[in-house]
Design a protein around this ligand. Structure first.
Ligand SMILES: [Zn+2]
Length: 278
């Protein structure tokens, strides 16, 4: 391999690794401060790897790698839209002699659907969150589960998939999936409770009710990631950072398991190790 080719491979692998680490981190926690920067890193690196693999050179504009929004424009211009808001990227260059054409790739299922419109709204949300934090204003913008799903779906592309597999063994992948299912269950329960009952429960001061009773009592009351109240009563914490509570929310019934807490602590460590942009 030429030095140039080897360098390109290293760059692509670096992008895939950044995408995988950041995507796993966002999958665990899409509400904490700074998550908008992690989401941007995941999306920019993932899209740059996909575009560079499929349409080499198009990931660059001038001397720089395009922004996530710019890379989505490339996907829109060169991919094929077969359903509203979604563009398909073939897995090998469509214009090369030996690579499959877009049509062939599609017939064999070798395409990665990119939910361009959903990802555009995610970019707008991260910009609004960052702006609000910088100016001390409030914003209604949030990263939704749909945004995170669209980010995770990019992993289907071979430029990313192998690295994601390496970082996330089968068992590890099962933990965030189970935690997401648990959050969905608690969200449905929350709807069933209705506003009035949720407000009645939210008015209770759980931090006072669940104060530690003796010196070895580690009980804390934390923000619940599902209902956003100070109501997750944790009797234990993760073994790595001792910061992520293991316990249950008194309002929405969300239960954070020891495995989910431990996985979340690992990704929190990754996030702290990364430069926070902006
Ligand atoms: Zn809750």
């Amino acid at each position: 391999m030429s030095p140039r080719g080897a360098q390109d491979t290293a760059v692509q692998r670096g992008r895939a690794r950044q995408y995988a680490l950041c995507t796993i981190a966002v999958g665990y926690d899409r509400v904490s401060d700074g998550v908008e920067g992690v989401f941007d890193q995941a999306l920019t690196n993932g899209l740059a790897a996909i575009v560079a693999h499929t349409w080499p050179g198009n990931e660059i504009e001038g001397q720089r790698v395009r922004s996530a929004a710019g890379l989505l424009e490339v996907v829109k211009a060169k991919g094929e839209s077969r359903e509203p808001g979604v563009w398909h990227v073939p897995h090998e260059p469509a214009d090369q002699e030996h690579g499959p054409t877009l049509l062939e790739a599609r017939q064999t299922g070798d395409v990665t659907p990119v939910r361009v419109e959903v990802l555009h709204t995610a970019i707008k949300a991260t910009q609004a969150i960052r702006h609000a934090r910088d100016t001390g204003q409030h914003t209604g913008a949030v990263l939704t589960a749909d945004h995170v799903d669209a980010l995770e779906e990019l992993d289907w592309h071979p430029a990313l998939r192998t690295v994601m597999d390496e970082l996330q063994g089968r068992h590890e992948a099962a933990v965030p999936a189970a935690d997401r299912a648990e959050r969905r269950r608690a969200t449905e329960y929350l709807f069933l409770l209705g506003d009035e009952e949720v407000q009645r429960r939210a008015a209770i001061d759980y931090a006072s009710l669940h104060r530690p009773h003796h010196k070895d009592d580690e009980t804390t009351v934390e923000d619940c990631p599902v209902c956003d109240n100070l109501s997750l009563v944790a009797e234990n914490h993760d073994g790595l950072l001792a910061e992520i509570g293991i316990g249950q929310c008194v309002i929405c019934s969300y239960q954070r398991t020891a495995e989910a807490a431990s996985a979340q602590a690992q990704t929190l460590q990754i996030r702290r190790a990364m430069d926070r942009p902006g």
